[in-house]
Unconditional design. Structure first.
Length: 402
């Protein structure tokens, strides 16, 4: 082979040029993606953004616009680190699913099997200024209930910014459920945090360590963490909120930091909204899911488990517009019910975050969409923001050759 290459240097050079030209042409068709986000930077809606489009085996487009820190003027880079908030939830569901694949738990196990403090739960009934009626729970909460937000578990008030997942679990178990498990859908970040504690008990490992060894390292997610390191802090994207009076962006706080620094290792590893990550790391997670749980020849999740996680689990219970719930994932059932979902196929799955980050996989088209921004109080919702609408539309037009 080496001899043949030496004999045809012109052909080799031509082939290299041809491959470069094809790659450049493929990249150019996504030029409209960063262009679609630039107006939001210019109008002070966001400080900047990172956009990524991928298939199950390669990145088709990765770009950045704007700035990551307005005070310093630092330019947004494609490897910048964002608080991904509730995009942590699918990661937590994957951790639970790996233990199910290991035969160490079942999705339909009662939570009390692993966390005894959840035995004998009560449900909030009639409530007035003078009294509060409690009813006995009809059945125990299951892991599936927590994964689908149908447990009735409420949220919590932080009493100690450095409490452990074990302490948090005990606090949550003291409160009555908001409704009988399985009868309603109601979003519960605390329910996903509880699952992080379940992973600790079942695996015998701290939750963050389990994710690192079983998921992040195998997938090469080198910048995904609950606690940003001093060196990573240089790439952390400052969150902002828009001042209604001035129309300018001002720094926003992340409630889940409890007033502490993003580098604070004493903060608990919250599976509901605690992770920081990059666009490329998020894409690696969704590539694993599109590859039926496999990465580089290694099976992270069984194909049938991936199918179970990404199918509709909530029956006739109404969740979000056109989106019922899988196990830790939103599932797009009717794309027409949300403008941002209009370009996705039925059966697409993913999750958004409180500050506008978005991650979606469309199995029918074999495409992954990741949008990273850091803006609080997006309207009408973080899942249906003007930035996501523009991003999804630009990607759809690029893929369709328009």
């Amino acid at each position: 082979m080496q001899t043949r290459i030496k004999k045809f240097p012109r052909f080799t050079a031509f082939l290299t040029f041809l491959l470069f030209a094809v790659s450049a042409a493929a990249a150019e068709k996504f030029d409209a993606v960063p262009e679609s986000l630039q107006p939001f930077v210019a109008s002070n809606e966001i400080s900047g953004a990172v956009a990524l489009v991928a298939t199950k085996d390669r990145v088709l487009h990765l770009s950045a616009v704007g700035q990551s820190d307005l005070a310093s003027g630092r330019k947004m880079e494609v490897n910048d680190i964002f608080w991904i908030a509730s995009m942590s939830k699918p990661v937590t569901s994957a951790a639970v699913a790996m233990l199910a694949d290991d035969g160490k738990l079942s999705f339909d196990d009662p939570v009390e099997k692993y966390l005894p403090e959840f035995r004998g739960m009560w449900v909030a009934g009639e409530q007035t200024a003078e009294r509060r009626v409690l009813l006995k729970a009809a059945r125990p909460i299951t892991l599936r209930d927590l994964l689908t937000h149908t447990s009735g578990l409420g949220e919590y008030r932080v009493t100690d910014p450095h409490w452990t997942l074990a302490a948090m679990s005990r606090v949550l178990a003291r409160e009555p459920l908001r409704f009988q498990s399985g009868t309603r859908w109601s979003y519960s970040t605390a329910g996903m945090d509880t699952l992080g504690r379940v992973v600790e008990v079942v695996s015998g490992m701290p939750y963050a360590e389990f994710l690192q060894t079983r998921l992040f390292d195998p997938l090469g997610m080198k910048d995904t963490t609950f606690w940003i390191s001093p060196s990573q802090k240089e790439r952390f994207v400052q969150p902002y909120i828009r001042n209604k009076q001035s129309g300018q962006l001002q720094p926003a706080t992340i409630d889940y930091m409890y007033g502490g620094a993003v580098t604070d290792h004493e903060r608990p590893p919250l599976g509901g909204a605690g992770l920081f990550s990059t666009a490329e790391d998020v894409a690696k997670f969704y590539q694993m899911m599109l590859n039926h749980g496999a990465v580089n020849g290694r099976q992270i999740l069984k194909p049938e488990t991936v199918a179970e996680m990404t199918r509709k689990q909530t029956g006739d219970l109404r969740a979000r517009a056109g989106m019922p719930w899988g196990l830790g994932f939103c599932v797009v059932e009717d794309p027409a019910q949300m403008v941002s979902n209009a370009t996705l196929s039925p059966g697409s799955f993913g999750h958004g975050g409180a500050f506008g980050t978005q991650s979606w996989a469309d199995p029918a088209r074999g495409v992954i969409y990741v949008l990273m921004i850091s803006r609080d109080k997006l309207q009408p919702t973080p899942d249906d923001s003007a930035m996501r609408r523009a991003f999804q539309k630009a990607v759809a037009e690029a893929l369709d050759g328009k």
